[in-house]
Design a protein around this ligand. Structure first.
Ligand code: B12
Ligand code: SF4
Length: 496
């Protein structure tokens, strides 16, 4: 049996390129390989490649906010891209490989159209090849996809690998369950995945989360479960990556890595012991939930190789946090920020803009609150993820159309409410970029605070300077910051 596993291309205004390591299909490929199946992996997103493509008609409304003519450090998005291989390239690879089955990851609802178009073309050309999809989108919309599309032969729900093996005619052995598998990196070219110029890899050490935050999709995929891997198995994987693939940067993509603090501490101790050279860098880019962190754990994390702390705050409004079932309050957040700063961490805080029930004033309060701490603000513009309580409520209240799949992404501000218009969300997008730009100046020039006079010393160019669009990026930003501090207005700059 021959199987080709595909991480598909993505179409959007942007792509967080560093985080597209194809770990999900590596897990599946390894399990299949261990059953004696001939497997190949096609990661359509590596090496990185992008091509401008026409904007889908569904997004015509966004043209008034995004233009490729915008310049300066706070510019929003411009062109719409296809990231990764073209369908023709992929068809060529399928022809070369001539597999019996093709497995495609269908995690993203917003990008499902890309997969459906590709699958139709594959089916047209290679009638005998069977196509199987799985992942978050496939899980939530299995019945719907079955009704609408004939190009998929099987749709596998959830994280249950036994279903896949059943389809292929193999029986499942517990040796192949998530906690025991170490993904086989020889199936991809490890040299293609880099960060800070060094080889990089995703890892997952846990699966699921028991917290049940109302905006989160984890339970729709993994149920009410939290599974941790043995520290020994994680270390074996890290050592293989370190020794055989020269990986020095590891990113734990877990949903809630520190949920079980005793286990987490054991893992950190083991990493510290196995990598005494201190030449590895650890990340948890998917965000860390801080309820279980302490000075003691932060210290161990630092010793193990974490330098950045990516905290998922969601909102600084405690009452909203409670409604959403976030497990900690601002008091805890402040404690962790203070301790982390003492330890020299760089801190990024993720928060959501435009959550259902969030008023502009509450968001403004969150931003004002976070601006006090000299941290990087990472807004995530609310998109409704299918399989969550918030999504169902928005559908019930006729705020969103559940079939408008292509729109469930941040970049198009898909949810407008009477409390929070799209126009206002776009304003906040520029505003947060401006705040981050000012923080970056503060760090770069070692300033205690940012005010008009300090900015004037850095550059005397003002917003009405003729041909400002031709100035250096930083000069444009400083002019915008001065204008904001003086008149509370954000002026976006465009090239002619
Ligand atoms: C890493 C990640 C990304 C990466 C890209 C990942 C990639 N490889 O393409 C980045 C950071 C770019 C990204 C971006 C976005 N993401 Co994201 N991302 C994730 C994250 C955190 C981890 C994915 C991962 O690697 N998991 C670990 C591996 C081991 O698991 P896996 O890939 O899911 O694979 C397993 C299963 O899915 C299944 N499986 C996978 N493929 C197949 C195929 C078959 C045939 C079968 C049977 C099974 C199967 O088995 C695998 C092994 O167990 C998930 C959340 C999560 N915890 O999964 C969200 C998630 C996938 N992202 C999501 C979304 C929506 C987005 C955005 C579109 C949101 C936005 N801001 O608009 C953005 C796009 C931004 C952009 N244009 O860059 C949603 C998808 C929900 C949905 N229904 O759409 C998720 C689930 C998070 C969430 N909010 O709920 N993301
Ligand atoms: S703590 Fe994080 S992973 Fe767990 S339910 Fe809440 S948002 Fe999801």
């Amino acid at each position: 049996l021959k199987i080709l596993l595909i991480q598909p291309p993505i179409e959007d205004f942007y792509l967080t390129e560093v985080r597209t390591y194809p770990l999900g299909i590596l897990y599946l490929a390894t399990m299949l390989k261990n059953h004696g199946i001939d497997v190949s992996v096609l990661d359509c997103l590596s090496p990185y490649k992008k091509k401008t493509i026409p904007l889908p008609k569904e997004f015509n409304y966004i043209k008034k906010y995004y233009t490729e003519k915008e310049v300066g450090p706070i510019k929003l998005f411009g062109q719409y891209y296809r990231f990764g291989l073209s369908d023709e390239d992929i068809l060529g690879k399928v022809k070369e490989n001539s597999p019996d089955f093709i497995l495609i990851t269908a995690n993203f609802t917003a990008y499902f159209n890309v997969i459906a178009n590709l699958a139709k073309k594959i089916k047209n050309k290679f009638q005998h090849t069977k196509i199987i999809i799985g992942g978050y989108h496939a899980t939530v919309y299995k019945d719907n996809i079955e009704k609408k599309y004939s190009c998929f032969d099987y749709i596998v729900k959830g994280s249950n690998e036994t279903n896949l093996l059943d389809i292929l005619g193999y029986s499942f052995s517990s040796n192949f369950c998530f906690s025991k598998i170490i993904p086989d990196r020889s199936l991809i070219n490890s040299q293609l995945y880099k960060m800070h110029g060094q080889n990089f890899s995703f890892l997952v050490a846990t699966r699921g989360c028991l917290q049940n935050c109302s905006f989160c999709t984890v339970a729709s995929m993994y149920g009410n479960n939290y599974v941790v891997r043995e520290a020994e198995s994680i270390l074996q994987e890290m050592l293989d990556l370190y020794t055989n693939h020269q990986v020095r940067v590891f990113d734990f993509e877990d949903d809630n890595l520190s949920f079980n603090k005793e286990w987490f501490e054991k893992l950190l101790d083991a990493i510290i012991k196995i990598f005494p050279e201190k030449d590895i860098i650890l990340y948890a880019m998917n965000g860390i939930s801080i309820e279980n962190l302490s000075f003691h754990l932060l210290k161990k994390m630092k010793e193990a190789g974490f330098r950045n702390l990516n905290i998922s705050l969601v909102t600084a409004q405690d009452s909203l946090k409670e409604k959403l079932k976030r497990p900690f309050k601002n008091e805890k957040f402040e404690e962790i920020i203070t301790l982390a700063k003492k330890l020299g961490y760089e801190i990024t805080v993720y928060f959501i803009v435009g959550l259902p029930n969030q008023k502009k004033t509450n968001l403004q309060a969150t931003i004002d609150y976070l601006s006090k701490f000299d941290i990087l603000l990472a807004p995530s513009f609310y998109y409704p993820p299918p399989g969550t309580k918030e999504f169902d409520t928005l559908v019930e209240n006729n705020v969103i159309d559940p079939n408008n799949w292509i729109s469930f992404r941040s970049s198009v501000f898909p949810v407008e409410t009477k409390d929070f218009s799209r126009e206002e969300q776009v304003y906040f997008f520029s505003y947060i970029r401006l705040i981050n730009f000012m923080s970056s100046l503060k760090m770069k020039y070692n300033l205690v605070e940012i005010n008009y006079e300090k900015l004037e010393l850095l550059s005397n160019i003002t917003i009405d300077f003729p041909a400002i669009e031709l100035c250096k990026e930083e000069e444009i930003g400083i002019a915008q910051a001065k204008e904001f501090l003086k008149n509370s207005v954000i002026k976006r700059i465009y090239s002619r």
